[in-house]
Design a binder for this molecule. Structure first.
Ligand code: MN
Length: 229
């Protein structure tokens, strides 16, 4: 069939796996406002209303410690450091009790955000796509198989910029934990192997500029380093 493509087919986006191999990225889903203190810093009351989601293109991933290019059309690029879930299974209407059985492993990721465009979109009731889903908007670490790191439900999550801590929380503070998030998302779409879920960021999001070195760490999972260029 390949010879019938009328333009070159896209290269499969993929993320290296600790211990070898590549995780093929099918889709990237992201949870909005999943830590109470971050909801407050963005001007919202945290609550237990169902989680909401947005997406990034699969090829927004940037792995292997590559430099992150500063994107066009913004002067307020924010870092949002997050635990990322990588799925090896899928399905619709997944029960919370079955959700962790779909998880291949975990990674540390940055949901880079053009905050000025997001603010404008919120004000005008427009979509967030251009604020969240731009090229290279998802720098990500290696993926660590759950067979190595287990299914972390707690652990310190920190992001430093040029050696100074900006985000410092614990993944136990997520409003919606990983099984709840997978179950909720599976009621909206049919999940599939290769899907990534960015699980939301703790407080401390702020602007980052060219030359900044971002160092993220999730205890018991892995670390991520990238430089803005
Ligand atoms: Mn986020």
């Amino acid at each position: 069939m390949a010879e019938n493509f009328v333009v070159p087919p896209p290269v499969q986006a993929a993320v290296p796996v600790r211990g070898g191999g590549l995780f093929p990225v099918r889709r990237i889903f992201c949870v909005g406002r999943n830590y109470a203190e971050h909801a407050r810093e963005m001007g919202h009351d945290p609550n237990r209303e169902p989680p909401f989601f947005f997406t990034k293109p699969a090829d927004a991933v940037l792995s292997g410690g590559q430099d992150t290019p500063y994107p066009p059309a913004t002067s307020d690029l924010h870092h949002e450091f997050e635990l990322v879930v990588a799925l090896s299974g899928g399905g619709a209407d997944v029960a919370e009790a079955d959700a962790l059985g779909l998880v291949f492993g975990y990674a540390a990721g940055l949901d880079m955000t053009r905050r000025d465009l997001q603010g404008e979109a919120k004000k005008l009731g427009r979509p967030w796509d251009m604020a969240k889903g731009f090229d290279a908007s998802a720098p990500i670490s290696e993926i660590v198989p759950a067979s190595v790191c287990g299914h972390p439900a707690s652990g310190r999550i920190t992001l430093s910029v040029n050696g100074k801590v900006r985000q410092d929380s614990d993944i136990a503070k997520m409003i919606w934990n990983v099984p709840e998030t997978i179950a909720a998302l599976s009621r909206l779409v049919t999940l599939a192997p290769g899907d990534l879920i960015f699980t939301g960021t703790p407080e401390g999001v702020a602007a980052t500029v060219r030359g900044d070195v971002l160092d993220g760490s999730i205890a018991g999972v892995t670390v991520l380093r990238t430089k803005l260029v």
